[in-house]
Design a protein around this ligand. Structure first.
Ligand SMILES: Cc1cc2nc3c(=O)[nH]c(=O)nc-3n(C[C@H](O)[C@H](O)[C@H](O)COP(=O)(O)O)c2cc1C
Ligand SMILES: C=C(O[C@@H]1CC(C(=O)O)=C[C@@H](OP(=O)(O)O)[C@H]1O)C(=O)O
Length: 365
């Protein structure tokens, strides 16, 4: 397993979904950073399981216990370690799944990679639950970024075939709107789509099935001049972290794959000076990054979230103990749609990636 990431802010995650606890150690945080714990808990609660009818019924407090690196509410500069206890495991749901492989889940590849020694209970270290410590770290990074004037927001771009408007369609997105998105179950530019999306998730759940979707994340207030091409381009940095999130199957920046359908004259983001003399572009098809470097416009990307694999509907698979074909109806407590819970995770990894990048001092000044 590779549970360690980062150059300037380095994280190390640990734990399994049905183990004693999960957690994270963060290295490289600057000393004296005041941590607003209420804000950290707010972010944790956005992701936590069991909060409403659209999520897994497994209820967890997801209250981080800080073991080191924080004194009188401020970072000391020493490694900051937090653990989150697992309090509501139901491992019997997984006894069959040691041998009967769930299609679309990490059971079979994990078994091959770890020679059957991986903790299969609750998908072990593969579980989406391991994103809780990432949200903890991201909440701290967000507080550092806020001091630098950088804000990260996200909304649901789509659930199944139901689409919201895009960030690019908006004249302006205010900090208040970004904050209100964080308080909503299904944050949308076009709130009229909410009922349709909810109904689709509930319908899939009732049919013993699941649905996927797309999350759009945007970063405001990021100056021009960050990024280290080739290998540490801003896209590489963010994509690396976004693909670490379980269930993410794709990422596109700016206009993404659709830019291929445009002419250069349409795709190019034309420059101008605004009233304050700041360099801006009229469009943002490149999603705030060209040549792997920011150009001062919002960084925008969309992540594809697959429909969760663990469904009640009957599926064909294999029993590896018997070496035979098998049928499977997955029991247990699962998310019918991961999208609403993954927004804070995508924001968190974005915050981590950007803080790591900015701490490296790549800025032109
Ligand atoms: C917040 C979150 C919740 C998830 N909930 C479930 C779930 O309830 N059931 C499930 O089968 N997969 C769930 N997943 C997805 C699996 O963890 C993921 O599909 C699996 O680890 C395999 O990884 P991959 O899909 O990225 O290839 C969740 C993922 C996240 C990020
Ligand atoms: C517990 C969480 O979500 C879990 C993510 C998950 C998976 O396979 O990713 C499967 C389910 O696990 P369990 O069968 O143990 O209930 C979800 O409940 C969480 O995100 O905190």
């Amino acid at each position: 397993m590779s549970g360690i990431w980062g150059k300037n802010v380095q994280v190390s995650i640990f734990g399994e979904s049905h183990g004693v606890a999960i957690g994270i150690t963060i290295n490289g945080l600057p000393p004296g950073l005041e941590i607003d714990m209420e804000q950290v808990l707010f972010e944790m609660a956005r992701r936590a399981p069991g909060r409403n009818e659209l999520t897994t019924p497994r209820k967890e407090k997801d209250q981080p216990e800080i073991l080191s690196g924080l004194l009188d509410g401020k970072t000391t500069g020493a490694p900051l370690t937090a653990i989150i206890w697992n309090t509501n495991t139901r491992s019997k749901d997984y006894s069959l799944l040691k041998n009967v492989m769930r299609p679309g889940q990490a059971d079979y590849p994990g078994r091959m990679r770890y020679k059957g020694h991986n903790d299969h209970r609750g998908s072990g270290h593969f579980s989406g639950r391991i994103t809780a410590p990432l949200v903890f770290a991201g909440a701290i990074c967000k507080q550092w970024l806020k001091q630098k004037g950088v804000t990260i927001g996200s909304h649901i771009q789509s659930i199944g075939m139901i689409e919201d408007e895009s960030f690019a369609d908006q004249k302006e997105v205010t900090l208040e709107q970004i904050q209100s998105f964080k308080e909503q179950q299904l944050p949308l530019f076009n709130a009229e789509k909410e009922t349709e999306m909810k109904d689709l998730i509930v319908e899939a759940k009732e049919e013993g099935d699941s649905v996927g979707g797309v999350v759009e994340t945007f970063v405001l207030g990021l100056d021009a001049g960050y990024g280290n091409p080739f290998f540490d381009s801003v896209e590489s940095q963010l994509a690396h972290l976004v693909f670490a999130v379980p269930a993410i199957k794709g990422i596109e920046f700016g206009t993404g794959f659709d830019i291929t359908k445009m002419r250069g004259s349409e795709a190019n983001d034309e420059y101008y000076y605004d009233e304050q003399g700041q360099v801006k572009t009229r469009s943002n098809n490149n999603g705030g990054i060209i040549g792997g470097i920011t150009y001062g416009m919002p960084v925008v990307f969309r992540a594809a979230v697959k429909p969760p694999a663990s469904i009640k509907k009957k599926q064909q698979t294999i029993n590896v103990r018997e070496g035979k074909a098998a049928e499977l109806e997955v029991e247990g407590r699962h998310d019918p749609c991961i999208v609403p819970r993954v927004l804070p995770v995508l924001e968190a990894v974005t915050a981590l990636g950007l803080m790591d990048l900015m701490m490296g001092g790549q800025h032109h000044e």
